[in-house]
Design a protein around this ligand. Structure first.
Ligand code: SF4
Ligand code: SF4
Ligand code: SF4
Length: 248
């Protein structure tokens, strides 16, 4: 049986999600045995124009990136966005809140107008091309990555949670961060991380993006219960919330 050909590409990102794949350690050997990795800049020098599954890490930030992702899309059967940068624009989308010229000068100083540093508004991958599946998180959860790939390899639809982080958090019997006077985004953010942050003493800051239909009323009730306002919640949606999101 022919193995599915897999290619991994990166755009604007920190490459932390690819590192999660490398960190699969022994499990990655199992996966590599059942697929044919034909391109992965971080791990090999070979390149290919022929692949069935394309994994995309990073946001789209330059006109040339848009052309590149369109070509990748035209060559693959399944395109998977990998990590917050790719699925929702991630931290890179913070840039969209500021004047682009100011941002370029702040980051690159006198070199801001060098041609290779040309940059535009940050877009998530689905804002440019059709995306078949999204593996959320900053970084991705490597176990979730492995389970999505395994499901695809046996012809199943991967299960991507569409309920809020609070569900996993309550299952783990964590004390709610609101009890510590913190504003947690768990009620409106997609689960799948095992409530990683609240389970380690931090609030959820939204790296997996919003659930498809956030229960805005429930979030409002939580805010009311703790004497907070909707504006307080909105202010906490900055880091990963600069893309489209629910009106709360
Ligand atoms: S989602 Fe986070 S860990 Fe992954 S590439 Fe982007 S910034 Fe890095
Ligand atoms: S609001 Fe945050 S800390 Fe509270 S239950 Fe939900 S995820 Fe957990
Ligand atoms: S708890 Fe929130 S911020 Fe933390 S990993 Fe999960 S979705 Fe991301």
């Amino acid at each position: 049986m022919t193995k599915p050909r897999v290619a991994i590409f990166d755009f604007a990102c920190c490459e932390g999600c690819q590192l999660q794949i490398v960190n699969l350690e022994e499990e990655i050997l199992d996966l590599i045995n059942v697929v044919d990795v034909v391109e992965w800049r971080e791990a090999m020098s070979e390149q290919s124009h022929e692949y069935d599954i394309a994994l995309i890490e990073g946001s789209i930030t330059r006109p040339e990136d848009e052309k590149r992702i369109e070509i990748i899309r035209s060559r693959c059967k399944i395109l998977i966005a990998l990590g917050s940068c790719a699925t929702i624009g991630g931290i890179n989308k913070l840039k969209n809140k500021f004047d682009l010229e100011e941002v370029k000068h702040c980051v690159y100083g006198k070199d801001a107008h060098m041609p290779h540093l040309e940059t535009g508004m940050t877009k998530a991958v689905h804002e440019v091309v059709n995306v078949d599946y999204k593996i959320h998180g900053c970084p991705i959860d490597r176990k979730e990555f492995a389970s999505v790939i395994r499901a695809l390899l046996v012809g199943k639809k991967p299960v991507i949670p569409d309920y809020p982080v609070c569900v996993e958090c309550k299952a783990r019997e964590n004390i709610c961060r609101y009890e510590y006077n913190e504003i947690c985004l768990g009620p409106i953010i997609r689960a799948g991380c095992g409530a990683r942050c609240p389970s380690n003493g931090f609030r959820c800051f939204g790296c997996r993006g919003y659930v498809d239909n956030p229960n805005v009323e429930a979030a409002r009730e939580v805010m009311d219960k703790y004497g907070l306002t909707v504006e307080d919640l909105r202010q906490k949606m900055v880091l990963f919330g600069c893309g489209q999101g629910p009106t709360v």
